[in-house]
Design a protein around this ligand. Structure first.
Ligand SMILES: [Zn+2]
Ligand SMILES: [Zn+2]
Length: 144
């Protein structure tokens, strides 16, 4: 079985162009305060990829980055401020925001950091209190 899909994405202004290849390792929604504060939105739709799946095809010099915590390198376009990626080196995965990959068929499977939610959602998906145990979280799920 192979998945050769290539999806093109960009920042808000188009100065930064990139592709992701194949399928994400995981997709879902993060409700943590850091994602909400940085995105200025109530919830973050994430798609996590192995770093080798992500290729910046133009405008790499316009990518800014900021670490509030060592586990998350948040990256954006310095021309328009549009958000692009959050690298999670300890997880070995990079979050490419689902909203910046228009052709990706977003298939969320989980909500993480749901104990911090400001936007409760009743979609039937598992609601992790923090993170799955496989990536260092408690693995505890909360009721909707
Ligand atoms: Zn831009
Ligand atoms: Zn988050």
């Amino acid at each position: 079985m192979s998945n050769d899909a290539i999806h093109a994405g960009s920042c808000f202004c188009g100065a930064v162009q990139f592709t992701v290849a194949g399928s994400p390792a995981a997709s879902g929604y993060c409700h943590c305060a850091s994602c909400r504060h940085w995105s200025a939105g109530p919830v973050n739709a994430f798609s996590l990829w192995h770093p080798s799946a992500l290729t910046v095809t133009s405008g790499a010099e316009h990518i800014g980055s900021y670490n509030k915590t060592p586990g998350s390198t948040r990256q954006w376009c310095t021309q328009c401020g549009g958000h692009l990626f959050t690298d999670h080196p300890a997880m070995g995965l990079v979050d490419v925001y689902a909203a910046v990959i228009p052709t990706l068929s977003f298939a969320p499977a989980v909500h993480v950091h749901y104990q911090e939610t400001v936007l409760p959602l009743r979609d039937g998906l598992p609601k992790m209190r923090d993170m799955p145990a496989e990536v260092g979280g408690s693995g505890v799920t909360l009721p909707e």
